[in-house]
Design a protein around this ligand. Structure first.
Ligand SMILES: [Zn+2]
Length: 454
C-alpha cells in the first residue's frame, strides 16, 4: 500500500516536472570538437535520463558477468563441502558403531571432499585404529602433530598409543609437550604428573603436582600425600644434608604420621650431633604413629648403653602410647635384652591371643632364655605358619612387599604406592617377596631338634 502510494507520488512529480519543462520551451546548442547539437531543453533532459538508464543497465550486466563464475564455483564447493561433512559425520558414526571398513571408506571420501585436514585426519586415524592398523593411525597422528592447528590432537593420539604400548619414556615426552599447549587440561595434568613421578623426575613432578592441585585436577588430600612422598624422594636424592633436612621437615609438617621422613630426619640430626632435635623428631613421630623403625632409630641414639639403660630410654619414647602394640613389642624386646623376663611376658601377654611372627619370636625367646624351655619355645614357633602377618610396606598397586618405604615400588614402579599394613594372606603365599628374605636376615631363634618319636 505504501509502495503504491510512493509510486503515485513519484509519478505525479515526474508529470509535474514534464509539464513544467513543456511550459518553458528553450533551445540548447552545444559546439564541441567540431560537433554541433541543437535540440530543445526538454529533449536534452530526456536524453540525459535515457543515457543514465542505459549506463545503469550496463553496470548491472557487468557486475553479473563478473560474479557468475565465482558463484558457480562457490555453489559447487558448497555442495562438495556438504557431501564431505556428511561423509565425516557418517564416518564418525561408523567409528562409534565399530564398523571399521565403513569408517575407513568414509574417511577417504571425506578427506577427498573436504579441505579440512584436522577433522578428516582425526577420522582417518580413528578408523585406522579401529581396524587395527596401528602404523596408519600413527602416521595420521604424526601428521596432525606437525600441523599447529591439530598438534594437540595428534599428541593426544600418540600419547594414548604410547601408554597402551607401555612406552612410558615416550609418553612422558608427549605429555609434557601437550601440557605446554593446554596447561589447564585436568586429565593431562594428572597423566603428566603420574608419568613424571613414575619416571622418578621428582622436581618436574613437584611443579606439575602444584599446578594440578591449584587447578583442582587432583584433590587436596591426594596432593598432600603425593607432595609428602615427593619431598621424601627429593631428600633421599640430594647430597646436601641441609636441604634434605628442610625437605623432610616439610614432609613431616604435611603428614605427621609419615614415619620414613621422621626417621630419616632424626638420623640426619643425630649424625650432625643435634641429639635433642633427633629426640624431638622421633617423639613426635611416635605420638603420631608408632612404628618399629622409630623405636629402632630411638635405641640407635643409645647404641652403646647397657641393656637396662636402653630399656629405660625406650620407656621415655613409648610413654605417650604405652598400650599400643608397637610400644609393647619394642618394650618386650628391650626387656628381653635386659633379662627382665617378667616385664617381657607382661608386655607380650595382651598380644599372645592373636600372635604374629614378631610376637611368636619374642615369646619363643622368653621361653628359651628364661627357663631354657626348648619344648615351649618350639611350641610357639610351630604357630608361625598359621599366624597372621605383621604389618609391612605393601604396594597397593601390585601387592609386592618391601622391607622399607621407597617413593616408587621396586616391583611395579608405581609412585607412592607403599602402605604400612598387614598384607593380604594370599600375597604371602604367592609372592614370597623381598620382605621375607629380609626377615630371614633378622635374628631368628634356632629351632631345637624335635625329640625322636616312637
Ligand atoms: Zn608395586
Amino acid at each position: 500500500m505504501r509502495r503504491a502510494l510512493l509510486y503515485l507520488i513519484q509519478l505525479a512529480l515526474l508529470v509535474a516536472a514534464a509539464i513544467w519543462l513543456a511550459e518553458r520551451p528553450g533551445e540548447v546548442r552545444v559546439d564541441w570538437l567540431g560537433w554541433r547539437l541543437e535540440t530543445s531543453a526538454a529533449m536534452l533532459v530526456v536524453m540525459v535520463l535515457a543515457l543514465a538508464w542505459v549506463l545503469a543497465v550496463l553496470r548491472g550486466l557487468w557486475r553479473w558477468l563478473r560474479r557468475a563464475p565465482g558463484e558457480y564455483v562457490e555453489a559447487r564447493r558448497e555442495r562438495r563441502r556438504e557431501a564431505g561433512y556428511e561423509a565425516l559425520g557418517r564416518g564418525l558414526a561408523a567409528v562409534a558403531a565399530g564398523d571399521a571398513a565403513e569408517a575407513r571408506r568414509l574417511a577417504r571420501k571425506a578427506s577427498g571432499l573436504l579441505d579440512e585436514p584436522p577433522l578428516t585426519r582425526l577420522l582417518a586415524a580413528q578408523a585406522a585404529q579401529l581396524s587395527g592398523d596401528e602404523a596408519e593411525a600413527e602416521r595420521q597422528f604424526q601428521a596432525m602433530r606437525a600441523d599447529p592447528a591439530t598438534e594437540f590432537l595428534g599428541l593426544r593420539g600418540l600419547l594414548t598409543k604410547a601408554l597402551r604400548d607401555g612406552n612410558r619414556e615416550q609418553a612422558l615426552a608427549l605429555a609434557e609437550r601437550a601440557l605446554q599447549l593446554k596447561p589447564q587440561a585436568p586429565w593431562l595434568l594428572k597423566q603428566t604428573f603420574a608419568l613424571q613421578a613414575e619416571g622418578k623426575r621428582w622436581r618436574p613432578a613437584m611443579a606439575t603436582l602444584a599446578d594440578a592441585a591449584g587447578r583442582g585436577a587432583i584433590n587436596k588430600d591426594e596432593a598432600r600425600r603425593a607432595r609428602t612422598a615427593l619431598l621424601a624422594a627429593l631428600a633421599e636424592e640430594t647430597s646436601d644434608d641441609g636441604e634434605a633436612k628442610h625437605l623432610l621437615a616439610e614432609a613431616i609438617e604435611l603428614t605427621p604420621g609419615f614415619t620414613p621422613a621422621a626417621v630419616a630426619l632424626a638420623r640426619l640430626h643425630a649424625a650432625a650431633g643435634a641429639e635433642r632435635k633427633a629426640i624431638k623428631t622421633l617423639e613426635r613421630a611416635w605420638n603420631a604413629a608408632p612404628h618399629p623403625d622409630i623405636s629402632r632409630a630411638w635405641l640407635g641414639l643409645k647404641a652403646e648403653a647397657p641393656p637396662l639403660d636402653r630399656m629405660r630410654w625406650l620407656q621415655r619414647l613409648i610413654q605417650s602410647q604405652g598400650d599400643h602394640r608397637e610400644s609393647r613389642l619394642a618394650l618386650a624386646e628391650a626387656a628381653l635384652d635386659a633379662h627382665l623376663w617378667g616385664e617381657a611376658r607382661r608386655q607380650l601377654q595382651d598380644l599372645a591371643s592373636r600372635p604374629t611372627p614378631r610376637v611368636i619370636r619374642l615369646m619363643a625367646r622368653v621361653e628359651r632364655e628364661e627357663h631354657a624351655d626348648a619344648e615351649a619355645a618350639r611350641a610357639w614357633l610351630e604357630r608361625m605358619q598359621a599366624a597372621e602377618a605383621d604389618p609391612v610396606w605393601v604396594c597397593s598397586a601390585c601387592g609386592a612387599q618391601a622391607t622399607g618405604w621407597s617413593p616408587a615400588c621396586g616391583n611395579c614402579s608405581a609412585f607412592d604406592a607403599l602402605e604400612w599394613k598387614v598384607p593380604p594372606r594370599i600375597q604371602r603365599i604367592d609372592r614370597p617377596p623381598a620382605l621375607l628374605a629380609a626377615r630371614a636376615a633378622e635374628p631368628v631363634p634356632e629351632i631345637p631338634p624335635a625329640p625322636a618319636t616312637g
